[in-house]
Structures are given as C-alpha cells and as structure tokens.
Design a protein around this ligand. Structure first.
Ligand SMILES: Nc1ncnc2c1ncn2[C@@H]1O[C@H](COP(=O)(O)OP(=O)(O)OP(=O)(O)O)[C@@H](O)[C@H]1O
Ligand SMILES: [Mg+2]
Length: 462
C-alpha cells in the first residue's frame, strides 16, 4: 500500500466469529483499517456512521442475508464496492452476485493470497473510478446533465468549475452537436447568478435582433407602441447566452462591444444609457478568428468575447464516452416510450464507437432514438443500425468480435494498439468500470483483460 494515503477502510461482515476474527487479523496486518459486523443489520449501521472503502460480506448469514445487504449497499452507497463470499459449489450464487453488482466474489474455502488479491484489485478499480467521478463531485450538481467520463470531458468539467465565478465573458467553441448549450447552462448554474437568458443570434431576423437584445423606446419604430426592455436588461444579474454569436450582424457588433466594455446600453430610440450587470456566455461552431480575417466579425469584439475559452471536444475525440452516451440515450427513449429496457450488443456498440460522428452527440442521440424505435425488443444488433454506421462493419465474423472498430480507427490514423486500447476502454466504460463484466463483454478471461490493461498503461502494474 502507498504510505502517503490514509489506510483504506474495510467493513467485514461475517457471522462465523472465528473466521471473522482471523480475517480481521489478516487484513489489519496488511495495513487496512478493519471494521467488523456479525450481521447485515449491524453492517448497515457501520456504513451510516463511518466512511468505508470496501465491504466484504458472507452470503449465508442469519437475518438479512448477504445478497440483501449487497442490494442495500448498491442503492444506498453506490460508490462502495462489495466483495461477496459464497459457499463452495454454488456457482449460480456467484453469477447472481456479479449480476447484483458485486465487484468480485470469493468461494469458501479461500486462501489468504486470493482474498488479498481480490481486495487490492477492487480497491484499485474503485480508486480510479472515484478519481474520475471526483471531478464531477467537486463542482457539484451543475454538471448532472452532461454525460461524459472521458479524459477530455473531465478536463472540460474542471475548466468549467474554474471559470464559473469569474464575471468575464466566456466563449464556448466546438463542432455542431457537441453540447455547447449544455456547457453554457452548466457554467451558468455553477456561477450562482440569477437568470439564464438564451438568445440564438442566428435565429432572429437581423432587423429585429437589435430591439430584442437592447429593447426599445415607445415609438422608436413603426409598431413600437410600447416601450420594451431587451434581453440584456432581463438578464440583469444573470447570464445572457449569445448562441451562434458568429451570426451577429456586423452593424450590431459595436453596440455589443459597448455593453461588454462599459456595462452600458441604450434602448433603440432612447438616449438615456442604462447600466446592466450581465455575464456573457457566447457560443459558436464557427472559427471566429477566421471570421475576423474574413471581415464579418470585428476584431475588437473578438478579443472581448474570447477572454475565457471553453472548447468542447468532438465526439470522435472522446470515443470512450460513446457507450455511456448510447446507453443513457437508449434508457431515455425506452422510458419515454414506456417500453421494456433494451441493451446494445457488443458488436453494435463497437460499430457506434468506430463511427466518426460528424454531427457529434446530437447525431448519436438521433441514431439511438431511431434505432430503438424500429428495433425489435431486447437488444440492438448491428443489423438494426443505420446504413452509414453499419457500413463500417465488415459483414464477416470479424464484426462479431469488434474488429469493425478497426476500419473507423484506421481512417482516424490510429495504430492497432491504440485501437485496441480504445475499444477496451470503451467496453470498460460500458461495464461501469467493472472489469469482470468488461471481460465478459469482450469475451476474454479476466486475467487477459487485466494483462491488457496493464500493458496499455490503463492501470498501474502490480
Ligand atoms: N455530453 C452530453 N450529455 C448528454 N447530452 C448531450 C451531451 N452533449 C450533447 N448532448 C445533447 O445533444 C444535443 C445537442 O447538444 P447542444 O444543443 O448543446 O449542441 P451544440 O454544441 O449547441 O450544437 P450546435 O452548434 O449545433 O448548436 C442536445 O440534445 C443535447 O442535450
Ligand atoms: Mg447550440
């Protein structure tokens, strides 16, 4: 164990006093901080009182059994992994355990090295997952709508947290469908400011945009029979989200610059300046610098808007997010359509991971919705996918083991090693980080998966 880390706390639930005692001794000698409980009820008490890193529970116990305890822990403390101990010769018990969410299991009688190895593995797994989830937790619930656990997304979450409270404008860039609007909303929520006022600069006719944004005085133009506050005033002490800012008419840009510089605006047809306190978040899928060069976007405005920059990565740059997104979207459709839950077969998932997704998350969402609606119940297979995605899938047995990722990845210039690494990562994500399940999905022995993970530097050796 690492000396710089606090000892990890293990809760041992075992009704047999002598076994409980021996295991306590063994684990404590290894430097673990051990708590013991003779039954499930007392175990739950410990869990409510203390923070625990791992639960090891016997299955057959008087009162609430180990499986019920496992279910309780999964719901009440989803972050705490559970290792189950089954009696010799009940293989279906072991399978049920894994399905019920046990991180691992041991069969009695077991030897100490097997116990220690299982513990080390599970704690190691969990630590990794916690570190990733930590980025989420650190910045609270504003990120809850953004699905993603890939490294680029975790970096983005950190940046969101860092720039949230600054009053400076933020420019969100990224290809179409990458989730810029979600990022804007998350940023706003994290800022603690009042209202979030979105306006799509490309969707409002240029001649109306000025009075929409800045308001107008009575009689300012034909039809202006009442005075009206603009969105800037409505967003006072809040956030104004200028979506598609590249579409802002050149003629209006000086006026926007003025608000950004002085926090001052004039309603159309009014002379009195008004002071507003508005945080600007702008977004565009275009290259604003190129627009500056082309003369359609003012350079001085560009410098003002481009103070803090968040770049949302394209989906193809974070393939590890694809399985996660696909499954969540699938869950959403089936729930909305009141249909039984569906899953995605590994080869279909591999095809999804291999697709370059020019329309990014929006395209993935559409594909999943369409596919789910037309697919038979149960599982989505390669045959259910739209042509453009299936086209990458060789119609050979290779497709079945996920080799179809190769064609997509080859086009992206990935080496075979990188490709396999990506695929394993994607499957691991799909399995919620559970290596036993990932190995099942990949159809390889757990040992092999473990070796690959080490070889590819996904986990540390040892
Ligand atoms: N990480 C994500 N998690 C969940 N849903 C997402 C994610 N990213 C995008 N979406 C969904 O994908 C769709 C497109 O996202 P959004 O509208 O934010 O994209 P955008 O970057 O603003 O695209 P555009 O440039 O075309 O306006 C939305 O339905 C959004 O909810
Ligand atoms: Mg958008």
């Amino acid at each position: 164990m690492n000396e710089t880390r606090a000892p990890e706390r293990i809760l041992l639930v075992e009704d047999d006093p002598s076994l409980r005692h021996i295991m306590d001794e063994v684990l404590s000698a290894q430097g673990y901080d051990v708590r013991t409980a003779p039954d499930a009820a007392q175990a739950l008490e410990v869990l409510q009182r203390e923070s625990v890193d791992l639960v090891i529970t016997d299955l057959r116990m008087p009162g609430m059994g180990g499986e019920a305890l496992l279910a309780q822990v999964r719901t009440a403390f989803p972050d705490i992994p559970v290792i189950g101990i089954t009696a010799f010769g009940s293989p279906e018990g072991a399978a049920a355990l894994t399905r019920a969410g046990a991180a691992d299991y041991l069969t009695k009688p077991f030897r100490t090295p097997a116990l220690l190895a299982a513990i080390a593995r599970v704690l190691d797994d969990t630590r990794e997952r916690r570190e990733q989830a930590g980025a989420h937790r650190r910045f609270g619930s504003h990120l809850k709508d953004i699905i993603g656990r890939s490294r680029p997304m975790l970096q983005l979450f950190e940046r969101i947290g860092r720039v949230a409270v600054s009053p400076a404008p933020v420019l969100i860039t990224g290809e179409t469908g990458t989730g810029k609007e979600l990022v804007a909303l998350a940023l706003h929520r994290a800022s603690g400011r009042n209202a979030f006022v979105p306006v799509n600069c490309g969707a409002i006719p240029p001649n109306l945009l000025e009075s929409e944004l800045f308001g107008h005085a009575r009689g300012a133009f034909t039809g202006a029979d009442r005075e009206k506050a603009g969105l800037f005033e409505i967003a006072h002490q809040g956030t104004l989200f200028l979506d598609e800012i590249a579409e802002m008419p050149l003629a209006l840009q000086p006026k926007l610059l003025r608000v950004l510089q002085d926090g001052e605006l004039r309603r159309v047809g009014d002379v009195a300046p008004r002071v507003v306190d508005v945080r600007i978040i702008a977004a565009t899928h275009r290259n604003l610098a190129a627009n500056v060069r082309a003369g359609t976007f003012r350079e001085d405005l560009f410098f003002r808007v481009n103070v803090l920059r968040l770049d949302v990565p394209a989906l193809r740059e974070r393939p590890a997010d694809i399985p996660l997104l696909a499954e969540r979207f699938l869950e959403r459709v089936t729930t909305r359509e009141q249909r039984p839950p569906m899953s995605i077969a590994p080869p279909a998932l591999a095809a999804l991971v291999a697709h370059p997704w020019p329309g990014n998350v929006r395209e993935l969402q559409n594909v999943i919705e369409r596919t789910a609606i037309f697919a038979e119940q149960g599982e989505i297979g390669v045959a259910d996918l739209p042509d453009e995605i299936r086209a990458l899938t060789a119609s050979t047995p290779a497709a079945r083991d996920g080799s179809n990722v190769i064609s997509g990845a080859a086009r992206r210039g990935l080496s075979l090693e990188e490709l396999e690494r990506e695929y394993i990562l994607a499957v691991l994500e799909r399995a919620g980080g559970n290596r036993t399940r990932a190995a099942e999905l990949l159809g390889i022995p757990r040992r092999t998966l473990y070796r690959r993970l080490t070889e590819y530097g996904i986990i540390a050796n040892g």
